[in-house]
Ligand binder design. Structure first.
Ligand code: G4P
Length: 283
């Protein structure tokens, strides 16, 4: 299957983000914990060089716990402050405050030497569409936050959300685009539902997912759909269709319906905590 992507005003958005990055002290980058490579845009590495970086492996509630641990260790080794999070959970936020302070320790010390005390750290959220940026901002900012309003000359009309006395957040997240040159990236983004279903073949994608699951998470399909995993993937999809009542008028299996049923179960975590991309030394 060929995955195509129409990035739209990519250059313009990139330039705007570069402007924003100049105003901030720390970048909080969100990736999807199930595909930490494909959901990470390498442009940010260039745009954000010299800035402290926090990497949040979001949607961790749907990712394989052992792989999460391995990914956090992997990114820490690469110099990030990395953390697995579930953006829907308010109780995870405290750890992020600690990380922000840790990331900005040097800056705070520099400020102190220059007589600047208690200036809030300015942070910005970045990530590709659908990784959970808005959800994270809502949970992180909570109800108690106040918009700080425009400060002409200082913020150039940007809106900041005051999270606490110590942190201000740029209220519009920086949107990056996935790297689509690599077809595996497209496939992985389609697995998690980050590509419009109209642009993909559900059946082909479901067959790809069946191959992945039988190899990497054996027993999952058998448990959830009572299918035999020793069969070939197309036959497994047929069995799944029959077992779940995805049948067309002429009693033929409805492959398309069965494919999206399975994809939907996977995307919503109903097949268990599964990670598609596993860290390896040369990623
Ligand atoms: P974006 O701004 O980066 O584009 O992403 P957004 O916050 O809109 O989140 C995309 C989807 O991911 C939303 O689901 C959101 O609820 C879900 N999500 C975000 N963070 C997490 C997380 O840590 N864990 C889980 N399980 N889900 C998360 P949706 O179905 O599109 O919307 P809704 O039905 O939740 O409103």
């Amino acid at each position: 299957m060929y995955f195509q992507w129409y990035p739209g005003h990519m250059t313009k958005a990139k330039r705007a983000m570069q402007e924003d990055i100049r105003l901030i002290d720390v970048i909080i980058e969100l990736v999807d914990a199930r595909i930490p490579v494909s959901s990470k845009n390498p442009d940010i590495d260039i745009m954000a060089k010299n800035k402290p970086r926090i990497l949040l492996l979001n949607k961790s509630d749907m990712a394989d716990p052992a792989q999460l641990e391995a990914w956090v260790a992997y990114y820490e080794k690469k110099g990030y402050l990395a953390l697995a999070v579930n953006s829907k959970k308010k109780n995870e936020i405290k750890k992020i405050h600690e990380l922000i302070q840790k990331a900005c320790r040097e800056k705070k010390e520099r400020d102190k030497k220059r007589g600047i005390i208690n200036r809030p750290v300015r942070a910005m959220i970045v990530g590709i569409p659908n990784v959970g940026k808005s959800t994270f901002i809502n949970t992180f900012a909570g109800r108690s936050c106040t918009k700080t309003g425009n400060k002409p000359g200082v913020t150039r009309g940007k809106q900041w959300i005051r999270i606490s006395k110590q942190v201000e957040l740029l209220d519009t997240p920086g949107i990056l685009w996935p790297k689509f040159e690599d077809q595996t990236v497209g496939q992985h983004l389609a697995f998690i539902g980050s590509i419009k279903d109209e642009l993909i073949s559900g059946v082909e994608l479901a067959v790809d997912l069946i191959v992945f699951l039988t190899q990497n998470y054996p027993g999952t399909l058998e448990t959830h759909y009572q299918v035999s995993e020793t069969q070939d993937p197309a036959y497994i999809l047929e069995q799944l269709a029959k077992n779940r009542g995805c049948i067309q008028k002429a009693q033929e299996p409805d492959y398309e319906k069965a494919a999206f049923l399975m994809l939907d179960d996977f995307r919503n975590g109903r097949l268990g905590r599964i990670t598609i991309e596993h860290p390896c030394p040369d990623v």
